[in-house]
Design a protein around this ligand. Structure first.
Ligand SMILES: [Ca+2]
Ligand SMILES: [Ca+2]
Length: 576
């Protein structure tokens, strides 16, 4: 395992950038171009960047009522931008986080599962790019799953842990949990216990705030900073709490449970879905939730909301700290989750990593002061955006929009922040373990989600398709009606009837032709009859099954193409 490399600040020269670029150009790639020199080194013209990423936060655990301090500080009323259709690309921790730090889909960054070891070109990530552009960089919280195992090869947590690439300040959580967890403090192992002061969300908030304070008053205060604050909340974790304990539940602070424990929880139309016969095989067998499970799901959601309260206070503290040091307007902030979560929707008791909106859609909030885009950002953007867009957006806001250290499958969201349409037609969601589990395409113009599910054939051992789904999200936002069920039964009947009718008509016409006197006339008559039937068939209006079949054909072709796309062609057809 290569040791993580760190560039000294003074070494950020164009020569080094180009060396870095050529170092990271694969055999099949053209050498990467470095950023424009003037833009890259005028660090005074660059915003500080803060990315706050939560873990498994459903949109049901987000919003102005659940995170009032965050919305007051960086929400639409305060000049921030709420992206109402933010997607985890794809909805699983490590692949989604790898998508953030690379701006790419799993088939390009390599992380198909929850394992840092799979990441290709590990140093060629956002922290390195920003460091090369003159940023001071800080990681507070989780990097990528199994990071410690990948870099030390040791099942136990090692006393010394190499730092993730290009971070100047590291307070990295190495194990999951709200209490009793390990961290790397600048590479040195430290264990947190179970005292109130060890509660992970508060610890990470404190470290984030102290990094900002230290930066704002320290020797590097003239350089911009990049702070990646990756919270564990509201991920399920071990807990002794009387209500929030057991599998699938976030641990909470007592004061927050007092507030959230009794609040009503309303779950959507697809909660405990009454008919799941339309779902593909892997999900079709889920039993109806029992009354106890329904209550449990509601309690778990209350626990997740309560676990967001300290995150909410942390956002407030961070913004207050920026304001105190008069650098709030010098800073852009993104608040997102790595993936969503199920609370009984479609009878899925818990978890993520399925192509349903509860897992795929995430909280997505941006604070981009007008000085960075030349105008006020809109309070709300309804266009679909993804976690793969964060890196290109950040580079763009840092004045490095033309730099492509990797071929970005995602795109800069600057046009949307300027009130314009994003030039993108599709989003792809893919996962594999080791069979591809599912692969989905969101067709943005029609707001249609098409998914194919895979599994290993137990006998042949090969990956095979085990189900397909098609949802028209405008008319069926809860994904209750898989349109592909309309292909079952109905079309076969329709087609058989149509075929039989056409056959009868043709036979009747041919019989009449037999009455013609000459062979030539009979032949001409038969030809005319066949043509007439064919014309009638063509004129027949396409039924729903025919339309769906055509749609599936188009989306399946698109899905196959996107499964190996790179860069621009992942977003729209490339001309020429
Ligand atoms: Ca996660
Ligand atoms: Ca259904």
């Amino acid at each position: 395992m290569k040791r993580a490399f760190l560039f000294p600040i003074a070494a950020t020269s164009l020569a080094l950038l180009l060396a870095f670029a050529s170092l990271h150009a694969g055999p099949s790639q053209a050498p990467l171009a470095g950023p424009d020199e003037a833009k890259a080194y005028s660090s005074s013209g660059k915003p500080n960047v803060i990315v706050i990423m939560t873990d498994d936060q459903s949109k049901k655990a987000f919003g102005p009522k659940i995170m009032p301090l965050t919305f007051k500080a960086i929400g639409p009323q305060a000049g921030g931008t709420l992206f109402t259709q933010g997607f985890a690309v794809p909805p699983l921790c490590c692949p989604s986080r790898a998508g953030f730090i690379t701006g790419q889909y799993p088939h390009n960054h390599g992380v198909w599962q929850n394992n840092y070891a799979l990441l290709e070109d590990k140093e060629n990530v956002i922290s390195t790019w920003l460091k090369l552009a003159g940023y001071r960089t800080a990681l507070v919280g989780k990097y990528l799953n199994k990071y410690e195992l990948a870099v030390t090869g040791d099942e136990e947590i090692s006393p010394q842990i190499p730092l993730p690439p290009s971070y100047d300040y590291v307070y990295q959580t190495l194990t999951n949990g709200y209490r009793n967890y390990y961290v790397s403090v600048g590479g040195q192992r430290k264990r947190h216990g179970s005292a109130g002061t060890d509660y992970v969300t508060n610890v990470l908030n404190r470290k984030a705030v102290s990094f900002i304070k230290g930066h704002a008053s320290g020797e590097h205060k003239d350089s911009p900073f990049f702070l990646y604050l990756a919270h564990f909340a509201p991920h399920p974790g071990k807990s002794d709490h009387p209500s929030c304990r057991g599998r699938g539940t976030a641990d909470v602070m007592r004061q927050d449970w007092q507030e959230w424990g009794k609040k009503p929880v309303v779950l959507g139309a697809n909660f405990n879905e009454s008919d799941i016969s339309d779902k593909p095989a892997p999900e079709r067998g889920n039993p109806k939730l029992t009354a106890a499970e329904v209550e449990r799901a509601k309690t778990r959601l209350r626990c997740a909301r309560a676990a967001m309260a300290p995150v909410d206070r942390g956002v407030h503290d961070i913004v207050q700290t920026l304001r105190h040091h008069k650098i709030l307007d010098d800073t852009v902030i993104f608040f997102v989750s790595d993936n969503g979560f199920f609370y009984g929707e479609h009878r899925i008791l818990m978890g993520k990593n399925r192509p349903y909106r509860e897992a795929m859609e995430v909280p997505f909030l941006a604070w981009v002061p007008s000085k960075w885009i030349g105008q006020d950002a809109p309070g709300r953007v309804d266009q679909p955006v993804g976690t793969i867009d964060l890196a290109p957006t950040i580079l763009d806001l840092a004045g490095l929009g033309g730099w492509r250290p990797r071929a970005f499958d995602g795109m800069s969201l600057r046009p949307a922040l300027e009130g314009r349409k994003l030039d993108r037609e599709w989003l792809l969601f893919e996962q594999r373990k080791p069979c591809r589990k599912y692969s989905s395409v969101l067709d943005i113009a029609t707001n249609t989600l098409y998914s194919v599910w895979f599994d290993r054939n137990p006998v042949a051992g090969k990956c095979q398709t085990v189900g397909r789904e098609l949802y028209h999200l405008n008319s069926d936002p809860d994904q209750l009606h898989n349109q592909l069920t309309k292909l079952k039964g109905d079309p076969a009947v329709t087609n058989r009837k149509a075929r039989q009718k056409a056959k009868r008509q043709l036979q009747q016409a041919l019989r009449q032709c037999n009455r013609k006197r000459t062979a030539k006339a009979r032949k001409r008559c038969r030809q005319a009859a066949r043509r007439k039937i064919q014309r009638a068939r063509k004129r027949a209006p396409a039924g729903v099954p025919d339309l769906i079949r055509a749609e599936v054909q188009r989306l399946e072709g698109l899905r196959l193409k996107l499964s190996s796309c790179s860069g621009e062609e992942c977003r729209r057809p490339v001309k020429g």
